[in-house]
Design a protein around this ligand. Structure first.
Ligand SMILES: NC(=O)c1ccc[n+]([C@@H]2O[C@H](COP(=O)([O-])OP(=O)(O)OC[C@H]3O[C@@H](n4cnc5c(N)ncnc54)[C@H](O)[C@@H]3O)[C@@H](O)[C@H]2O)c1
Length: 293
């Protein structure tokens, strides 16, 4: 495995747990965000997830309390935080997890190109945007690849490894797929059609629910109740969107809707209103639901 140290850029809903998946497999990892408070939240998330996983092993009798404690210290000790690009000068693999906006991602990729060694693979956790466009913001588009985790990153095994159209090399695709396996994930290789594989299907299905909700002005909680109680899914799409972050879901839905002229993909006006008022779901305490604390 060519990776001995990795980095994660963006320590929000996804970043902290992504760092945890890397450290839990024994790799050193630096986590970068723009403010110390965000870095601390990401590190705290990584600690909490690590403790939770080890507690599970203690309960099953597979580890003693002492072993779990020392394993947790070891894993968390592999993660460091920064608000600058300190510690990225010797990384081999970077996962970018900043908000889903192509202008921001291109800026971050241009910066990563400056601060990381030339051999490093620069990967994006984007849910829908073009890998080739991000690659073209760097001097190494062949080493830029999609590396799309699913929420929650510490639990979901799948990672979409996405080839930038006409840019990502086969060697980089192999390196990313190998790294996914090294951190005990299941890679699936795909091209960069908007939404890739999973979100293309998921957002198409949720779009229909948004369309029905809007056309008949149904209470989103009622729809969620029908879906979860019928056993069609473990939770309804409105609650799920709150957990994922309404701004993120909105960006993905808008991108998909633009890509097909709005035929299949519909953007929920109610979600747009919530995002415009700063209600982004669980991360801000309010979305379709209230999330106290
Ligand atoms: N939320 C999900 O369920 C989910 C699932 C899969 C993929 N994704 C993708 O992961 C990416 C991140 O999504 P998220 O939900 O974690 O977003 P988020 O808004 O919760 O977190 C983004 C973090 O990036 C930080 N950031 C902004 N600019 C930065 C910069 N220049 N340098 C470093 N950090 C910066 C922000 O401060 C914030 O902490 C998006 O591309 C999204 O599409 C999200």
């Amino acid at each position: 495995m060519f990776v001995s140290k990795a980095a994660v850029v963006g320590a929000g809903t996804m970043g902290g747990e992504i760092a945890q998946t890397i450290a839990a497999a024994g790799f050193r990892v630096v986590v970068k965000d723009v403010e110390q408070g965000f870095v601390d939240q990401g590190l705290e998330k990584a600690r909490e997830v690590t403790r939770g996983q080890l507690r599970g092993l203690v309960e099953k009798g597979r580890l003693s309390e002492e072993e779990a404690e020392s394993r947790a210290d070891e894993t968390v000790g592999l993660i460091e935080g920064t608000t600058e690009y300190e510690g990225l000068g010797d990384v081999d693999f970077v996962v970018e997890a900043v908000p889903e906006r192509i202008d921001l991602k291109r800026r971050v990729f241009a910066e990563l190109d400056e601060v990381t060694p030339g051999h490093a693979v620069l990967a994006s956790n984007t849910s829908s945007l073009s890998i080739a466009e991000m690659g073209r913001a760097t001097s190494r588009p062949d080493k830029v690849v999609g590396f799309h985790y699913f929420f929650p990153a510490s639990v979901m095994r799948l990672i979409e490894v996405i080839e930038g159209e006409g840019t990502t090399s086969e060697e980089t695709m192999d390196a990313a797929a190998n790294f996914a396996q090294a951190i005990r994930k299941q890679p699936i290789r795909c091209g960069e059609a908007p939404g890739f594989v999973v979100n293309r299907v998921l957002i198409a299905a949720i779009s229909e629910v948004w369309r029905v909700q809007d056309a008949h002005d149904i209470d989103p909680k009622e729809i969620d109740k029908v879906i979860s109680e019928s056993g069609a899914a473990p939770m309804g799409p409105f609650f799920l969107s709150d957990l994922l972050g309404l701004d993120t879901v909105l960006h993905v839905a808008e991108h998909l809707s633009e890509s097909d002229g709005g035929e299949r993909f519909f953007v929920s006006p109610k979600m747009k209103e919530l995002v415009a008022s700063g209600h982004l779901g669980q991360k801000t305490g309010r979305g379709f639901y209230d999330h106290p604390g």
